[in-house]
Design a protein around this ligand. Structure first.
Ligand code: SAM
Ligand code: DTB
Ligand code: SF4
Length: 343
């Protein structure tokens, strides 16, 4: 049965002594997941920058002068090469992001082709392309897209201070469209935008009280990007961040919680506490969309220390080799420059 959360209940949770909260979160985590397993996704920006939206945290908005490399929609062979590389390094899901307010209908055939090619590799797929119409969502689902990422980012009240080019209701409408299309929802938020604790709690209440909570919940720590209006906002106390992860686990016991942007600034101990609090997914690979992420070797070292291993769907060596031969026969393209840039 689905639990519905209200503000008073959640306030009681966050006020609990730290170790009580952690114990409750860890207990719920163990009832629903293997605590030694982690889901691994890799991100790729398939269209970068020049976004018409004004999200104050984002380096890709055309309103701010940031140091990013603006790129049009990427060629399919480069996308597949990146997916292949992610798969070989142990990632089970490939997440593709585009700096759009929404995709145009004319983009759909190309997006469908991308999804089908990534699926052929045997990977799960996720896209984040902005708002969707019903027919676009249906097309993506029919092409085999497993997840659609669309974050609520913060509370309804604080949202207006962060983004003016769309409303919270626009965001909720798209989440509804995704749910009805049959795709799984990936939706979470950012901590560290200058929001209050109440805003953080309201975000979690909204997510948990959706008709069905998101299957995947990315919790991002703001990466302060030079040139954006939030470049100098105050730092978040790591313990406050860990508590938000614990709350997310308690409120949405069956969802995957992704420790997302901002891991590069967290030490191993903070990340370990996030995993103890119930986070069980990460973005793996040294780049997020435009910002950097911990190097693979550092993550592997952390996994080893914590005895964490990838959850599943890592293909056998034989299957990956078979896919590689198939893939090379299809595309024959080896883009060394791209690999160099991505490394
Ligand atoms: N344009 C699409 C959209 O906004 O839905 C998809 C791409 S957008 C970059 C995906 C998410 O990245 C945002 O919703 C936000 O949560 C996160 N994000 C963007 N910039 C960030 C930053 N500087 N720090 C942390 N998270 C960030
Ligand atoms: C999400 O919640 N975080 C990811 C993914 N979904 C698309 C994006 C993080 C972006 C960090 C800033 C950047 O790389 O540009
Ligand atoms: Fe555009 Fe998405 Fe960045 Fe907002 S978060 S500016 S919609 S790319």
């Amino acid at each position: 049965m689905k639990t519905s959360w209200n503000y008073d209940q959640v306030m009681l949770l966050i006020k609990k002594p730290f170790f009580e909260l952690m114990f409750q979160a860890q207990t719920i985590h163990r009832e629903n997941f293997n605590p030694n397993k982690i889901q691994i996704s890799t991100l790729l920006s398939i269209k970068t920058g020049a976004c018409p939206e004004d999200c104050k945290y984002c380096p890709q908005s055309s309103r701010y002068k940031t140091n990013i490399d603006i790129q049009p929609l990427m060629q399919i062979n480069k996308i597949i090469n990146a997916a292949k590389k992610a798969q070989l390094s142990g990632s089970s899901r490939f997440c593709m992001g585009a700096a759009w307010k929404n995709p145009k209908d004319r983009d759909m055939p190309y997006l469908i082709k991308i999804i089908k090619e990534v699926k052929k590799l045997g990977m799960e797929t996720c896209m984040t392309l902005g708002m969707l119409t019903k027919s676009q969502a249906k097309l993506l689902h029919s092409a085999g897209l497993d997840f659609y990422n669309h974050n609520l980012d913060t509370s309804n009240e604080f949202y207006k201070k962060i983004i003016t080019t769309r409303t919270y209701q626009d965001r909720l409408n798209t989440l509804n469209i995704i749910r009805n299309s049959g795709m799984k929802i990936c939706s979470g938020g950012i901590i560290g935008l200058g929001e209050t604790i109440t805003d953080r709690l309201q975000l979690l209440i909204t997510l948990s009280n959706l008709e069905k909570p998101p299957e995947s919940i990315p919790i991002n720590m703001l990466i302060k990007i030079k040139g954006t209006p939030l470049e100098n906002v105050n730092e978040v106390d790591p313990f406050d961040f860990v508590k938000i992860i614990a709350l997310t686990r308690i409120m949405m016991p069956k969802s995957y919680i992704r420790l997302s942007a901002g891991r590069e600034k967290m030490n191993q101990q903070t990340q370990a506490m996030c995993f103890m609090a119930g986070a069980n997914s990460i973005f793996y690979g040294c780049k997020l969309l435009t910002a950097s992420n911990p190097e693979e070797k550092n993550d592997l070292e952390l996994f080893k220390k914590l005895n964490l291993s990838p959850e599943k769907k890592i293909l056998s060596k034989e299957k990956i080799e078979k896919n590689t031969i198939l893939f090379n026969n299809i595309s024959k393209i080896k883009n060394k420059n791209y690999y160099n840039a991505a490394q």
